[in-house]
Design a protein around this ligand. Structure first.
Ligand code: DGY
Length: 437
């Protein structure tokens, strides 16, 4: 393969994903492109403010090279015209993306009119979240794909309970195969034709992902019912930290845009207060880290993952907690058993750790950059420099004729894994470089 034939390779992610889109918009220096991408994505927003985690491009859908197709969210009947998006969302970083984009536009003396419109839409998205998706001050994640770190071993604990729940409904394989047959879809994963299966989630986990979509479809995607009865309802630190950072960003963006309405400002301040209090209930003094909480029985899931560091990125946790997280990170760097930092799942000795499988141990450039930003905010510059040096080392060692801005990296060997041309990796590198220089 040559550096010239960039269209030959199949894409692991052929559509527009929510959190990819807005981290890229935040860090891309080409603000015209960011305005275009953000606008395209938000064209698929639902009338009630909801934003699905994938915006499916109709032309690309015709290639039939992503599994599952959006039909699973629509009982097989896709809308005949207009935008199509999924019915689960993703870590809500839109507010953060817009503010960073606006700052770049201002530096170029550009026009913020397009951002004004996108700001209004984002307020609507947050209104939807705070009206429909909050329990105990935290946004509830109802599907592993919503969490972003979908193959994290955190979720294994819940899967045990989920499997029990399913067995009272029948045989999982049969339920899913019958359902897919009805929708005229075959269970044929496109991802493992592009990336080695050892780097991706397993088939049994894909069956569980599909079961949740099947179940919610039977419940007509009724948020109230899902939040009350779903066997997968979790409060995750990464999602809630990103939501809080987006709230904080929206407040700053309101100022940048000259938004004076007390109604709007009071509303955003109220969201910030709710989320600040909510996030703190995920703090674990034993672990010196934030942990996910399973709403099924209210327990904290005591598996340490990179998600537990992300509350630093909210810029809104107590400085005492930031200090304990920084100390933990320092120890991890000095005595931890992975060569590269920060592994998506901490510690190698745990049976679920896997340095090469999706979210089970590899390093993500994107989560490194979020942690580094939080460390900067709380005054741990040496640590953030170290984390960003890991970003640059991993990416520069992997540059090759396939691109090299890999989706994730083996935390022991540094090898690039997953998709070879991941735009948000490149965008995070751009940001790391601009902060370090
Ligand atoms: C995937 O395809 O792996 C995504 O995480 C689902 O959103």
């Amino acid at each position: 393969m040559s550096l010239l034939d960039s269209t030959e390779e199949k894409w692991l992610y052929p559509f527009q994903w929510l959190w990819d889109t807005f981290f890229i918009c935040a860090w891309n220096h080409n603000t015209d492109q960011s305005i275009f991408d953000a606008g395209m994505f938000l064209n698929a927003q639902q009338p009630n403010g909801f934003c699905g985690h994938i915006r499916y491009n109709r032309e690309i859908l015709e290639r039939r090279d992503y599994f599952p197709p959006p039909d699973v969210y629509f009982m097989g009947k896709l809308p005949e015209k207009g935008e199509i998006s999924s019915k689960i969302t993703q870590p809500p970083n839109i507010g953060y993306g817009l503010l960073e984009m606006a700052k770049k536009i201002l530096k170029k003396n550009g026009d913020l009119n397009a951002v004004k419109l996108l700001f209004q839409r984002t307020l609507k998205y947050h209104e939807y979240i705070y009206a429909n998706r909050i329990i105990d001050g935290c946004m509830v994640t109802i599907h592993p794909w919503e969490a972003g770190d979908d193959n994290s071993p955190k979720w294994d604990v819940i899967y045990k309970k989920l499997e029990k729940y399913i067995s009272s409904h029948g045989d999982l394989g049969k339920i899913i195969n019958d359902w897919l047959n009805n929708l005229d879809i075959s269970f044929e994963r496109a991802d493992i034709k592009i990336v080695k299966h050892t780097q991706r989630p397993t088939d049994p986990h894909y069956y569980l992902y599909l079961f949740l979509i099947y179940l919610y479809g039977r419940w007509n995607w009724d948020d109230h019912k899902i939040l009350k009865d779903s066997p997968f309802r979790v409060l995750d630190p990464m999602t809630n930290a990103i939501l809080l950072r987006s709230d904080v960003s929206l407040l700053e963006l309101a100022d940048v845009l000259g938004e004076k309405s007390n109604l709007v400002l009071d509303k955003i301040n109220e969201w910030i207060n709710i989320s600040k209090i909510g996030l703190e209930q995920l703090w674990s003094e034993d672990h010196k880290l934030y942990l996910a909480k399973d709403l099924y029985d209210g327990s904290l899931i005591n598996i340490e993952t990179v998600s537990g560091f992300i509350p630093l990125f909210s810029n809104a946790i107590p400085a005492s907690h930031a200090a304990k997280i920084a100390e933990k990170l320092n120890k991890l760097i000095l005595t931890g058993d992975t060569k590269f930092q920060i592994p998506s799942t901490l510690f190698k000795e745990h049976k679920y750790f896997d340095p090469e499988r999706y979210w089970r141990g590899p390093v993500w450039i994107i989560t490194n950059e979020l942690v580094a930003q939080g460390l900067d905010f709380y005054g741990y510059k040496k640590l953030s420099d170290f984390i960003r040096a890991n970003i640059l080392m991993l990416v520069s060692n992997s540059l090759n004729d396939r691109g090299g801005f890999y989706e994730y990296f083996n935390s022991i060997t540094g090898a690039g894994l997953g998709s070879a041309r991941q735009s948000w990796t490149a965008a995070a590198v751009l940001n790391a470089l601009s902060v370090m220089s």
